[in-house]
Design a protein around this ligand. Structure first.
Ligand SMILES: O=C(O)CCC(=O)C(=O)O
Ligand SMILES: [Fe+2]
Length: 321
């Protein structure tokens, strides 16, 4: 089973509204999120140039000396934005508060659409020219893709196509640029993960990884599929989409928020991921969607505000400030 991959859905015909083929996309969407919680999409319509540009600028940033990057650290751990160096975050604690081990072998810089310029007095563009405009272009494209994804989802759940429209208007998109530097195996790294096993906390995640660039096509990202870790490698013109905890709660557990991790292999290669989290506005109450339960006692989850859920998860994962 370990060679079985994550399904790919070409969404071209949904975007083009091609009769019949469009319905096929909707059916596939329902199946992958029921069975895997993960898929790869092609035909998304986002300009490759935007993706490549942001990738290059991000690499430029992470290859800078630590002292430059630390100008963007806010000293409050992971989850507040800005730059977070290695040694601070241990994401597996979001699933198991008591988890012990070493922090993840990752550093990252996080933004929301409103905090692109920077949280500090230092301007990001002084360090990496045109970083912010590059990011802004990408944000706008991803926002459109998020709208498409939520429309497919509404239809796949037999809801009105505009069911999520108002929520999508206020959706909070955050970008996490995650960098896994080349690393030597030693006492402090041998038992760590590049990013420990976790589920994503919010709505859908729109993820771009660079594993396809490795000549050996060695994978790093794995998803738990009924107890088997499946490798996830997405081709150049694709995105990985996964449904987070709030999608699982919304759908009364029908669509999965799958556990995934970035394993401690291939450490002599640097790796970069661009991770967009689409989270309903923090005031949005996530209650079980119509059609996913018969009567109230079938509801698996209590209603929760998106903000409350997110805060609880984020608080757990900072192991050092
Ligand atoms: O780097 C990756 O491939 C995955 C990152 C991830 O799972 C996350 O940011 O939640
Ligand atoms: Fe994740």
């Amino acid at each position: 089973m370990a060679t079985e991959g994550i399904p790919t859905i070409d969404i071209t015909h949904f975007i083009a509204d091609t009769p019949i083929l469009r319905d096929d996309v909707i059916k596939q969407w329902d199946l992958v999120f029921r069975n895997y919680g993960f898929c790869i999409i092609t035909g998304h319509g986002i300009n490759d140039e935007y993706i490549d540009n942001l990738y290059k600028k991000s690499l430029d940033f992470f290859r800078l000396p630590e002292a430059d990057k630390m100008k963007f650290y806010l000293g409050k751990g992971y989850g507040v934005g800005g730059y977070v160096p290695r040694g601070i975050e241990m994401v597996s604690k979001s699933v198991d508060k008591e988890a012990v081990g070493q922090p993840d072998l990752v550093e990252n810089i996080c933004f929301t659409m409103n905090t692109i310029p920077t949280h500090t007095d230092v301007c990001l563009d002084e360090i990496v020219p045109e970083f912010t405009v590059t990011m802004h272009n990408y944000f706008l494209s991803i926002r459109q893709l998020a709208q498409i994804i939520m429309k497919i989802s509404a239809l796949a759940l037999n809801l009105d196509p505009s069911y999520f429209s108002e929520i999508v208007e206020k959706i909070e998109i955050s970008l996490r640029l995650a960098y896994y530097a080349k690393t030597e195996i030693n006492e402090s790294t041998k038992n760590a993960q590049r990013y420990g096993a976790h589920t994503d906390y919010g709505g859908f995640t729109i993820l771009k990884t660079d594993d396809y660039q490795r000549a050996d096509k060695c994978h790093s990202l794995e998803v738990d599929h009924n107890g088997t870790w499946l490798p996830v490698i997405s081709p150049q013109n694709s995105f990985i989409i996964n449904s987070g905890d709030l999608i699982e709660r919304w759908t009364n557990g029908i669509w999965k928020s799958a556990t995934h991790r970035v394993i401690n292999n291939n450490l002599d290669n640097e790796r970069l991921s661009m991770v967009f989290f689409t989270t309903p506005h923090h005031d949005t109450i996530i209650d079980t969607l119509p059609g996913t339960y018969k009567d109230d006692k079938d509801k698996l989850y209590e209603p929760i505000s998106a903000g409350e859920h997110l805060k609880e998860k984020l608080m757990r994962t900072t192991v050092k400030k």
